[in-house]
Each structure stands twice: as C-alpha cells, then as structure tokens.
Design a protein around this ligand. Structure first.
Ligand code: PEP
Length: 256
C-alpha cells in the first residue's frame, strides 16, 4: 500500500483523557478541521486502548482515522493484559504506534520485540507507525546515524518491501519528546534524508521515495509549518499539542 507521501498528522494522546474528554476532543477536532485540510492531509488520533471504541464511534464518517498506541504480536491466547492486531482491526483501528520512545525507554521494549509487533500489525491489516530516535547522550556522542540506522534495520528485519510499504516511519529524537525542545528543521531533515537513503539501500528507490517519514518531538502550531517545509518530512507525530483541539487543528492546517 502506498500513499505517495500525502501529508500525515497523527496525535499520540499517551496516557491521557477519560471516557468523556476523549470523545469531546475528537468531536472538537472533527468539527474544527476545515474540509480542505481533511482532504489534503491524512489525520489520525491514537487514544488509550480503553477509549478507542468510543473515539471510533464518535469519528464515524469524519475521515479521521484512529490508531492504537501499542499492540502485541500474537493473534490470541494466554497473553494476559495484551491486545492483538485482530482485536484492534475488529473495532475499526487503522494505525498502531510501534517502538515509541516511551515504550523503548520507560517500559523497556527492545528492537526484536518491536520488529515482531510491526510484522504482526502488517499481517493483521494494520498500518504501523514505526518510531525511531536517539537519546541526547547519543546525539552528543555523534551516534545519531548509527543508532537510527540500527533501529530501522532491526525494526524492519525480515520484512519484504511489499510489507514495509504499509509502514510509516517516525523520527522522534528522544530529547525532543515532551521537553519543549524541538529538533531544528535542518537537524530533522538530515535524519529523515538518512532514513530515506537507508530504506533505498535496504529495499529499493521506489519504496524509499514513496514511504512517509514523520517528525515528532514538541511539535506545536508555531513550528509545524517550518518542519513540514523540509523535503523529507512528510508529516508530524504530535504528543502534547494533540490534546488541545485548536492546537492540533492548527498543526493539521500547517501540514496542508
Ligand atoms: C510523541 O509522543 O510522540 C511526541 C512527539 O510527544 P510531544 O509532541 O509531546 O513531544
């Protein structure tokens, strides 16, 4: 599946909202997003698991897609507390975040597990948003290229070009997530170009040209347009600012 790099803005709500505010938030986003922006930008929100169904029902026919923040790689069975791709698909999810930095660095997920989750998501008919990014110590030690290259290679290990075409990459420098520090558009562009080149080497030029690579890390209405103006930035993964309907809609508009 290829989207030919139509701009994509996704909101990661993390562990926020409740049964009322999750629905209020998407209703506000849906009603305030202009028709033109809805046509020219793919939009998704990723609420906590327990609010997915309510948000999906509220977004009915709005054209705004819904993603989960995590997944387990098995189809069903004795995996207490886990959620399978089939379950997410069943309730109408389109996307799933895989390898978000908080799962890597707070929960302790490793590349091998992330790889299994990406593969399972694709096989289960979901579109993974595969997050990579370096820690501040790694950037300071000039290891950004090495770290991101390893994360991409390990995360996509064993997946054919056909399968990887379902993936959206997200470059999220860990030092920029939730900190108010944003990578400069040039810093972000440099890593996006590196990822695209790597995908060309791992697969082929066509895949590298068509795959979408989002930037994430303290994206706000006042920096979204400049980030989007970079050649290899195809969209934005938004955390904190996606919890405010006006800010999230302003970011969507900046991506048109
Ligand atoms: C995120 O959660 O992926 C993220 C980028 O968060 P924030 O926008 O709050 O930095």
């Amino acid at each position: 599946m290829s989207f030919m790099r139509k701009p994509f803005v996704a909101g990661n709500w993390k562990m926020n909202t409740n049964s009322n505010t999750s629905v209020e938030l998407v209703e506000a986003i849906a009603s305030r997003t202009p028709e033109a922006a809805r046509k020219s930008v793919h939009i998704a929100v990723c609420p906590p698991f327990v609010y997915l169904q309510g948000v999906i029902n509220a977004l009915n026919k709005s054209g705004i897609a819904v993603g989960a923040q995590d997944i387990y790689f098995e189809r069903d069975g004795a995996f207490t507390g886990e959620i399978s791709p089939a379950m997410l698909k069943d309730i109408g999810c389109t996307y799933v975040l895989c390898g978000h930095s908080e799962r890597r660095h707070v929960i302790g997920e490793m590349d091998e597990l992330i790889n299994k989750k990406i593969a399972a998501a694709i096989i289960g008919g979901l579109l993974p948003i595969f997050c990579v990014g370096e820690l501040i110590e790694q950037r300071k030690a000039s290891k950004t290229e090495e770290v991101v290259t390893q994360q991409v290679k390990k995360g996509l290990a064993g997946l054919s070009a056909g399968k990887v075409s379902a993936v959206t990459l997200a470059y999220e420098p860990v030092w920029a997530i939730g900190t108010g520090l944003t990578a400069t558009p040039q810093q972000a562009q440099e890593v996006h170009a590196l990822i695209r080149k790597l995908l060309g080497e791992m697969y082929d030029d066509k895949l590298a040209e068509e795959i979408r690579i989002l930037y994430g890390g303290s994206v706000k209405p006042n920096n979204a347009a400049e980030l989007m103006s970079q050649q290899d930035i195809d969209g934005l993964l938004v955390g904190g600012a996606s919890l405010n309907a006006d800010d999230f809609v302003a970011i969507i508009e900046a991506a048109t």
